[in-house]
Design a protein around this ligand. Structure first.
Ligand code: B12
Ligand code: SF4
Ligand code: SF4
Length: 420
């Protein structure tokens, strides 16, 4: 049975200020509320850029246009930059660190370098869009009754807004210097992080994401490939030094070495990319994180220079700021589609989402959640039933021999018998 109620998909908006765990926010290492530095832009995506001024080279005009289009960081790399990245990607895949993201392996030959994807490309323009949060993302970590959604997924889907801005900037460039170009964000076979480092946006930190001196760990990346020969920017320089904060902060020990991530252990992978049951060894460590994870990003000391992004495209939706686990357990397919319309969360679908919420419920220590979990023990989706059984038993619910015998899915049946 599903938990469908036919009722409207209402998630109460819980104010950030109405709970002690949320008070204050913005601790050490978190973005400042305001600053004299250039703020993360809220520029509309209107396709306009600055008019050319006599004596200004294309790179300078491009930088100004990128800022006018809402990008917080811009740099240029030759298409042949980051020569080691391709082999490192191959090594990563050979070690199976991509788990079941088979699309990473399927596209490897095109992903290893820009010319492998598009032989005519001469320069890569890398763009960063700030989504620096106003409050410390870790403030919800001990708030067991609430679920934590990672910062990047609390507002609109960046794929849409960044792609729109890239296209608008691409239009400006095509008018300023006509030449073929292509724009990419996230989903294309492009190694965005090493290219962003090569273009001087920052450096790939020990948590493997790009860190910027100005924007900390909170940049979405995007790329414009062009056949133009543009003057390259100075590449980024590693400023991690002896810091190991991100590695220490990881709840699932996902970094086998500094600068290397085993995605199979990463909560972001486990809650977003992984389709089957979440391996038992990671369930407790996941805590209340139901979509992605920000821990390694949040502790980075370079965040203290970042200005909170007041970008309307990523403004956190009130109902996702600290949703109650009980409300999310009851979400059916129609409600899921409505609540997460326009959100990156939508892509994992209701079943995977409720699977994640069950894990958070099991970690809550709250026996009141046994009632909604009891409904999910009969959910049509095996991945939901399995996670519900784990949570049910963890909160003290009894093993149900009748349900165990009647269970048709072997993996789910084992959840009744497995050690907790
Ligand atoms: C696959 C993927 C994932 C996977 C794997 C992550 C990973 N680290 O590769 C999973 C699902 C786990 C994931 C999670 C997240 N992701 Co992701 N992801 C991607 C994607 C699609 C490809 C990344 C990739 O190529 N990985 C392959 C491996 C080989 O890359 P790598 O880890 O960077 O490997 C490098 C290092 O290991 C290094 N290296 C290896 N050995 C050594 C040795 C030494 C000495 C040194 C110095 C370096 C070094 O070289 C390798 C090549 O550069 C990119 C988008 C894109 N097209 O690039 C987004 C992207 C990286 N993700 C992004 C984000 C925001 C996230 C999350 C923060 C989301 C969240 N809140 O949950 C987390 C962060 C987790 C983390 N710590 O990385 C952003 C990062 C932005 C930024 N500032 O860097 C990107 C760029 C998307 C975007 N367009 O903005 N992601
Ligand atoms: S996103 Fe979370 S689980 Fe993944 S590496 Fe960072 S801290 Fe670890
Ligand atoms: S937390 Fe420290 S080690 Fe990790 S990326 Fe930031 S500066 Fe580098």
């Amino acid at each position: 049975m599903t938990s469908s109620t036919g009722s409207p998909p209402v998630l109460p908006a819980r104010g950030e200020g109405d709970h002690r765990a949320c008070d204050g926010g913005g601790g050490v290492g978190q973005p400042r509320a305001s600053s004299s530095r250039a703020p993360a832009s809220t520029t509309p995506e209107d396709g306009r850029g600055p008019p050319p001024r006599a004596g200004e080279d294309l790179g300078t005009r491009l930088t100004a246009a990128a800022r006018a289009h809402g990008f917080a960081a811009v740099g240029i790399a030759p298409a042949t930059a980051a020569p080691r990245a391709g082999q490192r990607l191959r090594d990563w895949l050979a070690d199976d660190r991509h788990g079941d993201m088979i699309w990473m392996a399927d596209t490897v030959d095109r992903r290893v370098s820009p010319p492998a994807l598009w032989p005519e490309v001469r320069s890569v323009i890398m763009l960063g869009t700030s989504y620096a949060p106003a409050l410390d993302p870790l403030r919800l970590a001990d708030d067991a009754g609430c679920a934590a959604i990672s910062v990047y997924a609390m507002g609109g889907d960046y794929h849409d807004s960044v792609k729109r801005r890239l296209k608008a900037l691409g239009g400006w460039l095509a008018a300023a210097a006509p030449a073929p170009l292509k724009v990419f964000v996230d989903t294309a076979p492009v190694m965005e992080k090493p290219l962003a480092e090569a273009a001087g946006l920052g450096w790939q930190g020990k948590h493997t994401n790009l860190v910027s001196r100005d924007h900390g760990s909170w940049l979405f990346l995007g790329a414009i490939y062009t056949t133009l020969d543009l003057a390259p920017s100075a590449p980024g320089r590693d400023l991690c030094g002896s810091c190991a904060a991100c590695r220490r902060a990881c709840p699932t020990d996902a970094f086998p070495a500094p600068y290397q991530l085993d995605a199979r252990r990463c909560i972001s992978y486990l809650t977003i990319e992984h389709k089957g049951p979440i391996p038992v060894e990671f369930r407790a460590a996941i805590g209340n994180r139901i979509y992605g994870c920000d821990d390694c990003l949040s502790v980075c000391p370079w965040n203290k220079f970042a200005v909170a992004a007041h970008d309307i495209a990523f403004a956190p939706r009130a109902e996702l700021a600290r949703p109650a686990i009980a409300d999310l357990l009851a979400i059916d397919d129609a409600a899921f589609r409505t609540v997460f319309a326009g959100s990156p969360v939508k892509r994992i679908g209701r079943d995977r989402f409720v699977r994640n919420v069950c894990i958070a419920a099991g970690n809550s220590g709250d026996p009141a959640l046994l009632a909604p979990l009891g409904v999910l023990l009969d959910d049509p989706a095996p991945v939901v039933r399995g996670a519900a059984i784990w949570a049910w038993r963890r909160l003290g619910g009894r093993v149900d021999p009748a349900r165990m015998t009647a269970e048709t899915d072997t993996t789910v049946r084992l959840e009744w018998a497995a050690p907790l």
